[in-house]
Design a protein around this ligand. Structure first.
Ligand code: SF4
Ligand code: SF4
Ligand code: SF4
Length: 196
């Protein structure tokens, strides 16, 4: 799917626990399940987890459709009743619980309220508010912030910028910015108003 480093089962479960976005959480958890050798003893689990992984990948990538929600619900319900072991049943219940959060329909509409789905939202720096202090650059672990810290009495500095392709949407820069210069925008709105 991408050139990203393959994550291990442990990393995926840790990621699922850290995520706030229910769609991301569900996706990480199901991907972690699939990383392990599938015992294949029962069809609902071996088929259902693969199908739900495909649907969840589409939803977090903004490719979800209205038909995905009833399909995902049905797969999860079947998993809870027809799986032979607790692992399959728990996976179904986990998906059902997350579906109740209401986050999925908004993803189908092209929004992620938690701003964790990188294809649905974007971090940006408002140039007029950036005082070029460099705090965002210091905390960014993936070097997604470019810019040069301003030195008093020298001119010629330009506001900092976030390279969207590198940004993981972790939100650290937002927390440290002293001038509220960092904002998160829904990509849908950006496209709609033709800003990008
Ligand atoms: S529900 Fe349990 S027994 Fe059935 S395929 Fe999944 S892991 Fe195997
Ligand atoms: S922390 Fe805020 S003000 Fe400072 S450089 Fe980054 S965006 Fe600009
Ligand atoms: S959201 Fe995280 S990854 Fe993106 S620019 Fe800010 S600190 Fe870096």
């Amino acid at each position: 799917m991408s050139s990203q480093k393959e994550r291990t089962t442990g990393e995926l479960i840790e990621e699922a626990e850290q995520k706030q976005c229910p769609a991301q959480k569900a996706s990480c958890y199901v991907e972690a399940f699939l990383k392990e050798l599938m015992c294949g003893k029962c069809f609902p689990c071996s088929f259902g987890t693969h199908e739900s992984a495909i649907i969840l990948r589409d939803i977090i990538a903004g490719r979800g459709t209205q038909a995905d929600l009833p399909a995902l619900t049905q797969i999860a319900e079947v998993l809870t009743v027809a799986s032979r072991c607790k692992k399959g049943k728990d996976t179904g219940q986990f998906i059902l619980d997350l579906l109740k959060t209401g986050a999925f329909p908004e993803h189908i509409e092209g929004r992620c309220s938690e701003h964790e789905c990188s294809l649905l939202s974007e971090y940006r720096i408002v140039p007029e508010r950036c005082i070029m202090c460099g705090e965002c650059q210091v905390v960014c672990k993936v070097h997604a912030v470019i810019g040069e810290k301003k030195i008093a009495y020298l001119s010629g500095y330009v506001p900092f910028e976030i390279v969207s392709k590198r940004c993981t949407r972790c939100g650290e820069c937002l927390r440290v910015c002293p001038n509220e210069a960092i904002i998160v925008v829904d990509k849908k709105d950006v496209i709609e108003v033709g800003v990008s």
